[in-house]
Ligand binder design. Structure first.
Ligand code: NDP
Length: 253
């Protein structure tokens, strides 16, 4: 029996990247996982196929975050998927992983682009937590994915880093609010982690990115999934409101 047997989990943005690795890892521990995506339906279904291939359980839900009605739409899909499989709508674990990079210079950051980034990366996680609390039993887990860029200067990602700075506030304040219910709320901050960005296909670029880490490597999605899985489990019941540096030592300078 896995450590998360009998638990249900929602991983936003788990069609690919570290969201997918996290969904697979939580399912391996026994959780029933809702694999959320915005546009990558085939990729999300691939995540479910991988989970089922390992004997786990998962289903997909689609909702584009950062749009009016996003959270409502997501929870309609979530409630239907949970009800069908468990007979109820309890959600024990929420992983706020979905996010977009800015990739915009200061000059190119328009008010519209800024608002969009903030809506997806920071506003949506707040309202997802607000909505999830109605379905979350005592002892639940909330984990928000931030970025090492809240502690490491990069002038090309100021707006993005601001969104992640906002995300980090969620753990501080919600942890205090939800402590009496035994619900923990933590932040995980990855460093550069392999995803489908074409930069990871260029050896010279990878070497340069690797040089930022104390281990001289880029993170793998599974490295982050392992940290999230620990925080999602019973062994982490005494950790709440924390900032977990999962940057491979990048923040050591
Ligand atoms: P990817 O770029 O590989 O995947 C992003 C995921 O988020 C996809 O599943 C995507 O869905 C989903 N998503 C993006 N925008 C939206 C939206 N508007 N609504 C709903 N879903 C959306 O992600 P990574 O694995 O690289 O990153 C995951 C998290 O980690 C993000 O929050 C990111 O900011 C953070 N991070 C990443 C780092 C890295 O180096 N990779 C470093 C530090 C932090 P779909 O494909 O269906 O559109």
């Amino acid at each position: 029996m896995g450590k998360l047997t009998g638990k249900t989990a929602l991983v936003t943005g788990s069609s690919r990247g570290m969201g997918r690795a996290t969904a697979v890892r939580l399912a391996r521990e026994g959780a029933l996982v809702a694999v959320h995506y915005a546009t990558g339906r085939d990729a999300a279904e691939e995540t479910v196929t991988t989970i089922e291939g390992e004997g786990g359980s998962a289903f997909t839900i689609q909702a584009e975050l950062g749009m009016p009605g996003d959270v409502h739409e997501l929870f309609l899909g979530l409630a239907a998927g949970l009800k069908e499989r468990t007979g109820g709508t309890d959600l024990h674990i929420l992983i706020n992983n979905a996010g977009r990079m800015g990739g915009l210079s200061v000059e190119d950051t328009t008010p519209e682009a800024f608002d969009r980034l903030m809506a997806v990366n920071a506003k949506a996680p707040f309202f997802l937590i607000q909505r999830a609390l109605a379905n979350m039993p005592d002892g639940g887990r909330i984990i928000n994915i931030s970025s090492g860029l809240t502690h490491f200067a990069n002038p090309d990602e100021i707006a993005y880093a601001m969104t992640k700075g906002a995300v980090e506030q969620l753990a501080l304040h919600f942890a205090k609010l939800l402590g009496p219910r035994g619900i923990t709320v933590n932040t995980v901050a990855p460093g550069i982690t392999r995803n489908s960005n074409p930069a990871f296909d260029i050896p010279a670029a990878v070497e340069q990115m690797a040089g930022l880490s104390a281990f001289n490597g880029v993170g793998e999605p599974e490295d982050i999934a392992d940290v999230v899985a620990f925080l999602a489990g019973e062994d982490a019941c005494w950790i709440t409101g924390s900032f977990v540096d999962a940057s491979g030592g990048t923040l050591l300078g």
